[in-house]
Design a protein around this ligand. Structure first.
Ligand code: C2E
Ligand code: MG
Ligand code: MG
Length: 719
């Protein structure tokens, strides 16, 4: 900016034409005019000769701090210079130029009368280049402020440039015409823009197009992407958003309009923060063991599904899955094994459902599945069957092959419940029913009668008091020896006289007793009761038959089992030779070494051992010879279809034959018909147990049966 120190107006004289028409001498007229220009010029003009200031105008006098031109004229030229050196320098620079007929033009430093420094733009020229000692004319303009401002601006620009260059954020500045004004190195790095694009003046739309073409905005029509974004940018509104680049970098982009149009945009790499947030979000909504959604996320998705199912009148299903033998694995092989099993099951279950379905882990061995758009029950049943089958495949855990089964409960929206919690609760109840029905099964809530599906929690509370309230009882089912058609044994089977629900079968409460550990107390009670009864029968003179008592997996693994057994044998006076303990294959298979040790310990006490439900579990026939057992009980499922199923006949025959080879007794369970009886006798099965001969009956009925027993004449035999 130029600063005028004095107004030239007071120095102004206006040439006049007072004597109209009269000719003037041209030269003197011109001189007058020049004089007027000289005096009134808004720039300082100085005439020098030799080393002296010859003449100067008002403006020049004012510039250098003198009252009037006369004060400066006639003074040494060095007076107005900053120093003698700068004066000499000017002369030595200007002289050769003047001699060559060229002007001198440069900024130069001067000094006012009071010593104040000045920067002026100087234009000098020899009056006559042929004779430079004739003097020179200098036109001098004060640019002190302008230069200072320019310097300030340069410094500020340098600070800005340095800041932009070294900051960790990308910056771009776009002008009112949407052209790039400036951008820093980081901007180019973060957005991976080539050099040619980042030139000042490049239209903003070029950047957008470049991004669109390389897919930074995802799929879509490039022209449309460019159009929409340029249109938005042209509004010059503050904006703030995050964008994930195709390479996974997450940019936070904040734009602010600047006065006069255009905007400044700051790009921050927030990938780390975004990932951390994502991770935190993931951890909060997923199960860390399996990576499946957790209960919270499931609830959220369920709510979502409910909303749209209501709106569009659609049905969907909730499937509750619980692993049946999870506890055994967890308890016998340790938590690591349990975890491995859960992970494996999670993978298998995931493979059973469609991508659009949701599978979540609720905790422990519980999973839940949401099947969207279920048109009819069969669809849900098909998935449940798949889940059952997936669980059943052998699984190798810590080098050991195990098998588990899953029980699945199904509730349907809108038939079974209309809100999320009820749907889940009903699916859970149905799952319990599936377990009671024998596990490895699925059940619909709609099929579960209210009374049977009574709340498991209430059931547990009732069961705790069942022994002290004397609600448990035993029934006895005879085992018939086929060689003689006489009763050779009996199996004690527990019943629960529930105060409200009447007689409950073992399937209705043993699973809960097993899960909760209540089975330990119940088991002891059953064993003591069965032994005491046997002693009573013997004392009453009845023929001595063997008494079988079931041991659940949890009882078998219980550390007190042997002590309890010893104590009960001692207390009741039972002859161990007549006692047979029934265990299922799964009990033996999960930790073979430990199980075999325990079986041996039982055998050392003279007690017999039977494998119950043989064939449904997981021991191959060849395994059996390693177990110190006396009896195999062929599972009812093989016997049931003997008449129609050739495979079942073959399996049953093989078990009988193997039993004979290994010196084991073979008992066929669930014999209900003459045909089954005949088949088993023909193939020399040792014993049968089933409704065909006798249902489980309470004492004193069994005592009466035993007392009156003769070799059995079967229905229709003699007639
Ligand atoms: P299990 O040891 O295999 O007992 C045989 C089951 O088959 C009994 O069912 C019996 O009533 C039934 N059954 C016998 N003959 C026939 C037949 O001809 N047809 C049909 N359809 N069924 C027949 P129950 O009494 O309901 O017992 C079921 C299971 O509960 C038992 O299977 C056993 O594993 C368990 N259990 C029973 N009592 C006890 C007990 O005191 N302690 C333990 N830990 N488990 C028990
Ligand atoms: Mg049994
Ligand atoms: Mg059985």
């Amino acid at each position: 900016m130029r600063t005028r120190r004095t107004s030239p107006a007071d120095n102004r004289t206006t040439p006049s034409r007072s004597d109209g028409g009269q000719a003037r001498d041209d030269a003197s007229q011109a001189l007058l005019e020049l004089r007027a220009i000289f005096d009134n010029a808004a720039v300082a003009i100085l005439f020098s000769r030799g080393r002296w200031i010859q003449r100067c105008n008002q403006r020049a006098a004012a510039l250098f701090g003198y009252d009037a031109p006369e004060a400066l004229a006639g003074q040494p030229a060095a007076w107005i210079h900053k120093s003698a050196e700068t004066y000499e320098e000017l002369i030595s620079t200007a002289a050769p130029l003047f001699a060559a007929g060229e002007p001198f033009h440069s900024d130069w430093e001067f000094r006012q009368a009071d010593g104040t420094a000045l920067v002026c733009n100087v234009y000098g020229q020899a009056v006559d280049p042929a004779h430079i000692d004739e003097g020179a004319v200098w036109v001098i303009e004060d640019v002190t402020d302008a230069r200072r401002n320019e310097q300030l601006l340069r410094e500020r620009q340098a600070i800005l440039d340095t800041t932009m260059e070294y900051m960790d954020q990308g910056i771009s500045i776009v002008d009112a015409d949407l052209r790039m004004l400036a951008a820093n190195r980081r901007f180019q790095e973060l957005l991976e823009f080539p050099d040619w694009l980042c030139q000042p003046g490049t239209p903003f739309s070029e950047f957008i197009r470049y991004n669109a073409e390389r897919g930074d905005y995802g799929p879509g029509d490039v022209d449309e992407q460019v159009r929409a974004r340029v249109e938005l940018a042209g509004r010059f509104e503050p904006h703030e958003f995050q964008r994930e680049r195709p390479d996974g970098t997450v940019l936070e982009i904040r734009g602010r309009p600047v006065p006069g149009g255009g905007f400044v945009t700051v790009y921050t790499d927030v990938t780390k923060r975004a990932r951390a947030e994502e991770r935190a979000q993931y951890l909060a909504t997923h199960d860390s063991l399996t990576g499946l959604p957790n209960r919270d996320l499931f609830n959220e998705l369920l709510t979502h599904t409910l909303t749209s199912a209501r709106r569009y009148g659609r049905a969907f299903a909730v499937l509750f899955i619980d692993l049946d033998r999870f506890k055994i694995i967890n308890d016998t092989l340790g938590h690591e094994a349990g975890d491995a099993l859960v992970r494996e099951m999670a993978e298998r279950f995931t493979a059973c459902v469609r991508d659009s379905d949701v599978i979540a882990r609720l905790g422990g061995d519980e999973f839940i599945v949401l099947i969207e758009e279920v048109d009819d029950e069969r669809q849900a049943a098909a998935t449940a069957r798949k889940l059952n089958a997936a669980a059943l495949e052998p699984v190798t855990i810590m080098g050991r092959e195990c098998r588990v089964t899953a029980s699945v409960g199904i509730s349907l929206f809108p038939d079974d419940a209309q809100d999320g919690p009820s749907l889940m609760r009903n699916a859970d109840i149905a799952m319990y029913q599936a377990k009671e029905d024998g596990k490895n099964a699925y059940q619909f809530y709609s099929r579960v009668t209210r009374s049977r599906a009574s709340d498991p929690m209430a059931m547990e509370a009732d069961l705790r008091r069942a022994i002290e309230r004397d609600e448990l009882s035993l029934t006895y089912q005879a085992k018939l020896g086929l060689a003689t058609d006489t009763i050779v044994g009996v199996e004690a089977l527990v019943r629960w006289q529930h105060p409200e629900q009447g007689t409950l079968q073992p399937a209705q409460f043993i699973p809960i007793a097993e899960e909760t550990g209540l089975i330990l107390g119940i088991g002891k009670w059953v064993l003591r009761q069965a032994c005491a009864q046997h002693v009573a029968w013997t004392a009453a003179g009845l023929p001595p038959v063997s008494v079988a008592v079931n041991l659940s997996p949890r009882q078998f693994r219980d550390d007190n089992l042997l002590d309890d057994l010893d104590a009960i044998l001692r207390e009741t006076g039972m002859d161990p030779a007549y006692l047979e303990l029934e265990v299922t294959e799964s009990v033996v298979m999960f930790n073979v070494e430990e199980a075999v040790d325990k079986l041996h310990a039982i055998k050392r006490r003279g007690v017999r051992l039977a494998i119950d439900d043989f064939g449904t579990g997981f021991s191959s026939l060849s395994h059996i010879k390693h177990f110190p057992v006396d009896t195999l009980k062929v599972d009812r499922s093989f016997i049931r279809d003997l008449a129609v199923d050739a495979d079942d006949r073959a399996i049953t025959r093989a078990i009988i034959a193997m039993g004979a080879t290994l010196g084991l007794g073979v008992v066929a369970e669930g014999v209900e018909t003459r045909e089954q009886y005949d088949f088993l006798r023909d193939y020399a099965c040792d014993q049968i147990q089933g409704y065909y001969f006798s249902k489980p009956v309470a004492e004193p009925d069994f005592g009466a049966l035993l007392r009156g027993h003769r070799p059995w004449s079967k229905p229709g035999d003699s007639a």
